[in-house]
Design a protein around this ligand. Structure first.
Ligand code: GTP
Length: 409
């Protein structure tokens, strides 16, 4: 990475410009629809409640101005109120929210069509309030109840077309200029649609910036995981490296001491070292030594099963196996079986003074002894390993809980 790249700021998503026609790339567009519905669902109950309030207020005002108008209008008002109430009830259930926009459109069409129908069928002098249903429905779609811009655009156009058609059916029947009514509706439509366009655009921009940030967070997280893995894994054997081992062991010990809910009951540490490895390198060469290390490491790696247990490369040809929760006896069985399996690999070692094949010496220590921390536990296992070496190699020695080293066999 160059110095220049190091200083490139992460994109925030705010610098991404949206095309005027509001479309996002296909996969994002699908996510955005869900996001749009969820955000519209939050405001819709309040919007519907407001619509209900407006209708009740309109009925109240009508009753004060002219009882004649109310005697015609109450049916359509009640119908609208029932639909609005029905929508409110449906929206309480999350699964019905998927139908939010469809329900909104049906509601708006119902209001507009009943208004237009009544407008052309009742007394001309009373028809005016009913034609106002159409602009009200358009306003409702566009401002109160959020539907996607293109849906609002299409449905508003259809509603206005219906209105013009109704007015054309009975020319000269109305006490006012139909063109004025259409123009008023068009003005409502344009205002509403403009608001809807701005709202949707802002929402898209916000969604996009959130999405981009989210993606970057994910990428950073994955990169961190890779780096963390690279920093704590030994590239040659695949074991955890010394640094990783120390941090994991300290963590386990911390849990043990603090008695956290997921703390292990005890920690057993198995330290082993390949016998006469210097001679192996001298006899077969360093690359062959590397191959030997890989084969030997594969034995404990294949034996460890629990997620909390792990194999680490402690030094050049020294390895540590940490077992959490195993009993001391089980750990000894593990150690002995591992020693035996390495011997069974049958890797020729003519430089060894104790065998024809590669062997290991093993030291075992357990936290049930007086070890206060991971470092002390390692020291105890090392003392046991030293004794295993001193007692002829290719064997297991343990540091007993009383602090005495015992060599097996
Ligand atoms: N091939 C190879 N050799 C390594 C690596 N790391 C350490 N060694 C070698 O491992 C050898 C360790 O030698 P010593 O510490 O004397 O141990 P030893 O010969 O096994 O003797 P004992 O442990 O007493 O049996 C050294 O010769 C190191 O060069 C490695 O990554 N690859």
């Amino acid at each position: 990475m160059t110095a220049n790249q190091n200083h490139t700021p992460l994109p925030t998503g705010n610098d991404i410009t949206l095309p005027w026609h509001l479309r996002l790339p296909k996969p994002l567009e699908k996510d955005f629809r869900l996001y749009f519905r969820a955000s519209a669902a939050k405001s819709t109950p309040w919007a519907l409640a407001l619509v209900a309030f407006l209708i009740v207020s309109a009925m109240f005002i009508e009753s004060r101005i002219s009882v004649d108008v109310l005697s015609f209008s109450w049916r359509s008002r009640l119908f609208t109120l029932m639909l609005t109430g029905g929508c409110l009830v449906l929206l309480r259930k999350p699964q019905w929210r998927n139908w939010l926009h469809e329900a909104t459109l049906v509601l708006a069409f119902a209001i507009s069509l009943t208004g237009n129908y009544l407008g052309v069928t009742i007394e001309p002098s009373l028809s005016y309030p009913f034609f106002l249903h159409t602009p009200l429905a358009i306003l409702m779609i566009c401002i109160l109840i959020r539907v996607p811009f293109y849906v609002a655009l299409g449905s508003s156009a259809i509603m206005i077309a219906c209105m013009i058609f109704s007015l054309q059916l009975n020319p000269g029947r109305y006490p006012f200029e139909p063109t004025t009514l259409v123009l008023v509706s068009l003005a409502f439509t344009c205002t509403g649609l403009f608001g809807q366009y701005v709202y949707e655009r802002l929402l898209r921009q916000y969604f996009l910036s959130e999405h981009v940030l989210f993606q970057h967070r994910n990428e950073l997280h994955s990169a961190n995981l890779v780096l963390e893995n690279q920093a704590t894994v030994d590239g040659m054997t695949g074991c955890i490296n010394r640094r990783g081992m120390e941090s994991r062991l300290n963590h386990l010990y911390h849990q043990l001491k603090q008695k956290t809910p997921d703390a292990p009951e005890r920690i057993t540490l198995i330290l082993f070292d390949i016998d006469f490895f210097k001679q192996y390198n001298d006899t077969y060469g360093h690359p062959a030594g590397d191959e030997c290390l890989k084969k030997v490491a594969s034995v404990p790696l294949g034996m460890v099963q629990s997620d909390t247990d792990f194999v680490a490369r402690y030094g050049g040809e020294e390895f540590v196996i940490t077992l959490a929760d195993s009993s001391f006896n089980d750990a000894l069985v593990f150690a002995e079986r591992m020693r035996n399996r390495v011997e069974q690999l049958g890797i020729p070692h003519s430089g060894s003074r104790i065998s024809q094949v590669v062997t290991i010496s093993v030291g075992v220590a357990c936290s049930d002894s007086n070890a206060e921390n991971g470092g002390q536990l390692l020291k105890m296992a090392d003392e046991a390993l030293y004794q295993a070496k001193g007692s002829g190699r290719n064997r297991v020695a343990l540091m007993s809980n009383q602090g005495v080293v015992e060599v097996l066999n």
